[in-house]
Design a protein around this ligand. Structure first.
Ligand SMILES: [Zn+2]
Ligand SMILES: [Zn+2]
Length: 209
């Protein structure tokens, strides 16, 4: 956004795209921070009875037993998280990438706080976690499209495709090739080209599914 925004709107990116992009970003971050900071469904002595009524014990995987740490009757499908040190209802997993800015013994270095969501994903916040995954997926595709359009516009307004270059082998002037256009853009718009190329690479890798 920081590098691409000043170059929009243009011939390829409309004002509508700008608003849609901001909306998609806000959606992904809204879901992300909710997944980070919401209560995942902590089971304690006051709500244990209520949570126990949510799911029946199947006596195969989940049998009635007590959590030796929390000293409560463990509800079916709950799990004691050794990182959060609580029992979590309908526990899915402890997400190290969803606890941004939260301090835990696992992340003692301040700079790591900026890139992690360190929170459990359970009954109360798994919807936000799924929205975060979907939002990030949409954002990745949409960002690649917008950044590619911005680069295309840069190539057009600077007439890069018509540049003449001196061939190092023949020492003669010739038309710039498509690869050289990409290399030129990588040099003049390094961040945007890196974003577009990494987005395309990632999307290509998803095609195996
Ligand atoms: Zn517990
Ligand atoms: Zn946890």
């Amino acid at each position: 956004m920081i590098f691409g925004w000043p170059k929009t709107p243009n011939a390829y990116v409309s004002v509508t795209d700008q608003y849609v992009f901001v909306f998609v970003c806000a959606f992904a971050y809204f879901a992300f921070f909710n997944a980070c900071y919401s209560n995942p469904g902590i089971v304690n002595i006051t709500n244990a009875e209520k949570v126990n009524k949510l799911f029946d014990h199947d006596y195969l995987i989940f049998s009635p037993k007590m959590c030796s740490t929390c000293l409560i009757d463990k509800p079916a499908r709950s799990k004691h998280c050794s990182l959060c040190k609580v029992c979590v209802a309908k526990a899915d997993h402890h997400c190290a990438w969803s606890g941004c800015f939260r301090k835990t013994v696992l992340y003692p270095f301040p700079y790591v706080f900026f890139i992690t969501v360190n929170n459990c994903v359970g009954h109360n916040n798994y919807r936000y976690f799924l929205l975060f995954l979907v939002g990030t997926w949409i954002l990745c595709f949409y960002m690649t499209y917008i950044v590619s359009c911005v680069l295309l516009n840069e190539i057009k307004i600077h007439n890069v495709a018509r540049y003449l270059v001196i061939d190092p082998k023949t020492n003669q002037r010739r038309q710039i090739t498509q690869t050289e256009v990409y290399l030129f853009m990588a040099q003049s718009q390094a961040v945007l080209t890196a974003l577009a190329v990494s987005g395309c690479k990632w999307q290509n890798s998803q095609r195996i599914f």
